[in-house]
Design a protein around this ligand. Structure first.
Ligand code: ADP
Length: 709
């Protein structure tokens, strides 16, 4: 609350707005100005008063913009200044004698030392009706103030107000000018900067211009080059096109999601078995035979993922003029991408390898066949590296040397296995084969790790490198021990056979020579003996010839059986008449005399004769020879038992082998070692069995069985 000496309200209702309006004039607390001082002075002169003020009533104080006669005072308290009352009324406020005014009774200006007695103040009214201050005159003595005085003071106040308005508008103008100035300054700065920039740009432009000029020169130069390059490009494009179309590799481009055939060279058309009409068609439509095969899904996937697909010897079924053919390809599906990295096409490059695959398959079949053949023939295969001595050998090859499949088997191992006297011969044969480029054929004896001896036949062919140096020998080996043994046996047999044949022939020859000498003496006592001798020799010869013939028939597989049902005892009774007549041995028939068999009578008789003859030959002291017939459930067994020296059980397994003849403690027996072999063959052909039961010192019982059905 402001101080109030008047005892009445001095704050008008609109004081708040009034103060806002006052602020707008920017006049309070500003230095004195000549124009306002001039008006106040004019007022003192007109009204002949000592004091005149141009005051502005602020919220708490009254500011004196012009002060004539009041010393240096700049302001007064609103509650004490009479101007505070003057702005409450639009009319001029006049106190002709202050001492008579009740509201001024407490006013210090009236009641104090100053001694104010007269006051007249005309309000300063703004153009919009607010009372912001006063132009007042003051005197220290009471005076009269006429209506014309009022009018003059009002006029002066209005002039002052006009001045205030003018001042304000000039202030605004100055403000605007200042703003404009600032703007101008800024603009100037901007302009400067812009000018500087422009200058820089200009410089740049000049430089660019120069560059352009140079470039221009270059352009004209490079134009020629471009033309040349373009020509070259066209040529190489043409070349590329012709290369692609004639390339020996299948090439095609499939575009878009539906994989339309855009490019297809001659080769791809050939392998597809199609012509140029497939161009522009989706691959699915152009090659309907691909349906159900994995290739279209693979292509679609390459298009989708943009990842290259490489196919290795892929199997493709293609329709070649109505013929679905199995083809094989190595191929690449390469995605072609645009700048955004999206696949727009697929390049298909394929190399047909059908021939290679077919050859490979044929080779595999051949290899398999060879493996089977090698296995069947018990042939071992080997590959000897001539520089390292390493041998790459099959399981069978190692088995031929008595080695396990995982045993080490190189050239030095081979040399150790070969019996020493055959080593150099083999090396020599290998050298000759390499030197002459001829096949290697060698036979040598090897000693297996179990000490057994085996014959090996090795064959091979040397291989050479491009410089003509032998690198490998590749070939096969086979164990020929059995054959070798047969050969030895055959050689032995031939010498025995010729010896055996020679004996009766020599004897026959001698008998005939003697008979020849006695032909004039038909009654000579020697003649019957010589005839008997000759007959015996002839018998022997015919037996030998029979055996040889039988052997020949057996080895040729020509032993034919003529079967009939006969009683075994009858057959046994009828055989071996010569032995019965000779009387040295008694043939005792035993067992089931009723038993019958269905067999070749001649051949079975031959077997029994052989058994009996052997008993006579090898058990000469056995007086009895038993012929035993046993009828069993499903077969009939016939045994010929002697009571001779018996046979060592160690040699019993070999008695029925071809050419086998046992050693009888230095005693010599004629024979070919064929009788029991031929007998066993005859029995086997009847589906029966043959064997011997014997012990040294207890005689031997040779037996055979013939099945009943
Ligand atoms: P060979 O012509 O030598 O008699 P075989 O095949 O008939 O030929 O007989 C083979 C061998 O069996 C004879 O060499 C003989 O050593 C032996 N052998 C055969 N029968 C008897 C027997 N009853 N007692 C002893 N050894 C026999």
């Amino acid at each position: 609350m402001i101080e109030n000496t008047f005892g009445i309200n001095i704050v008008p209702e609109n004081d708040k707005e009034r103060l806002e309006v006052l602020k707008r004039y920017k006049i309070t607390n500003t230095p004195s100005e000549d124009s306002f001082d001039g008006i106040a002075r004019l007022a003192t002169q007109i009204f002949n008063v000592p004091i005149s003020l141009l005051s502005l009533v602020d919220a708490e104080s009254v500011f004196f913009k012009a002060n004539i006669g009041m010393g240096t005072a700049k302001e007064a308290n609103r509650g004490k200044s009479l101007c505070a009352l003057a702005i409450l009324d639009h009319e001029v406020t006049v106190f002709e004698d202050a001492l008579k005014e009740p509201c001024l009774m407490s006013n210090p200006n009236v009641m104090g030392d100053f001694g104010l007695r007269f006051y007249a103040g005309a309000p300063l009214i703004t153009h919009d009706g607010f009372l912001i201050g006063t132009l007042c005159i003051i005197d220290k003595k009471a005076r009269e103030f006429s209506p014309s005085d009022r009018k003059i003071l009002e006029g002066l106040a209005a002039t002052a107000m006009e001045q205030i308005e003018l001042r304000r508008s000039s202030l605004d103008t100055i403000d605007e000018l200042q703003k404009a100035n600032l703007l101008l300054t800024n603009t100037e700065l901007d302009l400067k900067a812009a000018i500087e920039e422009l200058a820089a740009i200009n410089e740049e432009m000049e430089a660019t211009n120069e560059e352009l000029h140079t470039a221009n020169e270059n352009v004209s130069k490079s134009y020629d080059l471009t033309v040349t390059l373009n020509k070259n490009l066209q040529t190489s494009e043409l070349r590329l096109k012709s290369f692609i179309s004639k390339a020996p590799i299948a090439f095609g481009i499939l575009t878009g999601e539906n994989l339309t055939i855009e490019v297809a060279n001659d080769m791809i058309l050939k392998v597809w078995g199609k012509d140029k009409t497939v161009l522009g068609k989706p691959i699915e439509e152009a090659l309907p035979e691909l349906k159900g095969q994995p290739y279209i899904p693979i292509l679609q996937n390459v298009f989708k993922t943009g990842i290259t697909y490489i196919g290795d010897t892929a199997h493709v079924k293609l329709d070649l003029e109505g013929d679905i053919k199995d083809s094989y390809f190595d191929f690449i599906y390469e995605p072609l991408k645009n700048d955004e990295g999206n696949t727009i096409a697929i390049i298909v490059i394929a190399n047909e390898v059908t021939d290679r695959i077919i050859k490979k398959q044929e080779l595999e079949i051949l290899n398999r066949q060879m493996e089977i053949a090698l296995h069947a023939g018990q042939l071992g295969s080997y590959n000897l590296n001539l520089s390292t001595g390493k041998i790459n050998s099959s399981e069978q090859c190692k088995a031929n040397y008595g080695l396990e499949h995982d045993s080490k088997f190189d050239f030095d191992d081979l040399m150790k296995i070969i019996v020493p006297e055959y080593r150099d011969a083999l090396k020599e044969k290998i050298n000759q084969s390499i030197e002459n480029g001829t096949a290697l054929h060698a036979e040598y004896l090897v000693k297996w790790p179990d000490e057994s001896l085996h014959w090996i036949n090795a064959a091979g062919l040397p291989n050479y490198d491009e410089n003509g140096n032998a690198t490998h020998i590749i070939g096969v080996t086979v164990d020929i021990t059995k054959r070798k043994n047969y050969e030895t046996q055959k050689d032995d047999f031939l010498s025995i056979a010729s010896h055996e044949l020679k004996t009766p022939i020599t004897s026959l020859k001698a008998s005939i020579q003697l008979l020849n000498r006695l032909k004039d003496k038909p009654t000579h006592e020697m003649i019957p003996k010589l005839i008997d001798q000759s007959a015996k020799s002839l018998d022997k010869l015919s037996t030998l010839v029979d055996e040889l013939l039988n052997l020949n028939r057996l080895s040729g597989g020509n032993l034919e059986l003529t079967k009939e049902v006969f009683t075994v005892s009858e057959m046994l009774n009828a055989c071996c008449d010569d032995i019965r007549i000779a009387g040295k041995h008694r043939l005792v028939l035993k067992g089931d005399l009723e038993a019958t068999i269905f067999a070749d009578l001649q051949r079975i008789d031959q077997v029994v004769v052989n058994f009996v003859n052997n008993a006579v030959k090898y058990a000469p002291l056995s007086e009895e020879i038993h012929l035993i017939i046993e009828k069993m459930e499903d077969r009939v067994k016939v045994s010929v038992k002697d009571f001779g020296e018996g046979i060592d059980h160690n040699i019993q397994p070999f008695l029925f082998d071809r050419y086998f003849r046992a050693n009888h403690n230095g005693k010599k027996y004629s024979g070919l070692g064929l009788g029991l072999y031929i007998s066993s063959e005859i029995i086997k052909r009847h589906g029966g069995e043959i064997g011997v039961q014997s012990a040294v010192g207890e005689g031997s019982s040779f037996w055979f069985t013939i099945p009943l059905n």
